[in-house]
Write a protein that binds this ligand. Structure first.
Ligand SMILES: C[S@@+](CC[C@H](N)C(=O)[O-])C[C@H]1O[C@@H](n2cnc3c(N)ncnc32)[C@H](O)[C@@H]1O
Length: 225
C-alpha cells in the first residue's frame, strides 16, 4: 500500500519536496513573476472561490490569497500524498483558514460548489486531460477566468533545438503526464470562449488564459495569440 502511494510521485519530485519540506514558503525565484501574472489573468476579486488544480506544494496560494482576501476561498487539488504534506505545511505556516487541499486526482476529485477562477499551473496532467476537464468544468461558473501555464514544443528556430531536451525532461515525470506538443491547450480551448496564449523561453513555455462561456465544451476552437 505504501509503495502504491509513493508511485503517485515521480522520484525527482519526491526528492525535491523532501528537500524543501523544512521551508514551507519556498518557491523558485524565476517562477514567481509568471505565477503573479497567471493569477492576475484570473481577474479575481475579494471573496472569490478559486480552484488550483495540481497545486503541488502550493506555490500559487500566496498570490491567490492576496487577491481573494479572508472572505474568499482557495481549494487546491493534488494527487500526490507526499506533495500534499508540503502544501498543508504552507497553509499552517501562513495560518490561512480559507485555504485547503484535497488529496485526489483531477480526473476523479469530488468537487462541491462553484468556483470563480481556475488555475492549472505547470499541471499538464490536468489541462491536457479530457477526463479531468470534464470533471472540473461543471464546477466553474460561466465567465469565470481560467489560466494555465506549462511546457510546449517550440516551432521557433532556437527553441526547436531544445525540443528533444524538453521531451527528455518529461520522461522524468509521471508515466501518465501527456508529453508536450505544439498546442497543449487544444482540449481546454473547447471549454473557453477565447484563449489568449503567450509564449516564453523560445516558445518552450506558454501562459494561456480565457473565460468560461458554457458548461458544455465548444465545438468551435478559437485560439488567439
Ligand atoms: C509540476 S507540478 C506543479 C505544481 C504546482 N502547480 C506549482 O505551480 O508548483 C505538477 C503537480 O501536479 C500534480 N498532479 C499530477 N497529476 C495529477 C492529477 N491527475 N491530478 C491532480 N494533481 C496531479 C503532481 O503531483 C504535481 O504536484
Amino acid at each position: 500500500m505504501k509503495e502504491k502511494r509513493k508511485d503517485l510521485t515521480p522520484p525527482y519530485f519526491r526528492y525535491l519536496v523532501h528537500l524543501i519540506r523544512p521551508f514551507p514558503d519556498f518557491d523558485f525565484s524565476f517562477i514567481k513573476p509568471v505565477r503573479r501574472k497567471a493569477v492576475e489573468l484570473l481577474k479575481l476579486k475579494q471573496g472569490d472561490r478559486v480552484l488550483d488544480m495540481g497545486c503541488g506544494p502550493g506555490g500559487s496560494f500566496p498570490y491567490i490569497v492576496d487577491v481573494v482576501g479572508p472572505s474568499g476561498e482557495v481549494v487546491g487539488v493534488e494527487i500526490s500524498p507526499e506533495v500534499t504534506i508540503n502544501a498543508r505545511r504552507r497553509i499552517a505556516r501562513n495560518e490561512w483558514r480559507n485555504v485547503r487541499v484535497i488529496e485526489a486526482s483531477a480526473q476523479t476529485v469530488n468537487l462541491t460548489g462553484t468556483f470563480d477562477g481556475l488555475l492549472m499551473f505547470a499541471a499538464a496532467d490536468v489541462y491536457a486531460s479530457e477526463e479531468a476537464l470534464e470533471n472540473i468544468f461543471p464546477h466553474v461558473r460561466e465567465n469565470a477566468r481560467v489560466a494555465l501555464f506549462g511546457a510546449k514544443t517550440s516551432s521557433n528556430r532556437l527553441g526547436r533545438i531544445l525540443n528533444p531536451f524538453l521531451k527528455m525532461l518529461f520522461k522524468l515525470s509521471f508515466s501518465t503526464t501527456p508529453r508536450p506538443d505544439y498546442e497543449p491547450w487544444r482540449i481546454l480551448a473547447r471549454y473557453v470562449e477565447r484563449l489568449d496564449v503567450e509564449e516564453y523561453f523560445f516558445g518552450l513555455m506558454f501562459l494561456a488564459s480565457g473565460s468560461v462561456i458554457t458548461k458544455k465544451p465548444n465545438k468551435k476552437l478559437v485560439v488567439a495569440y
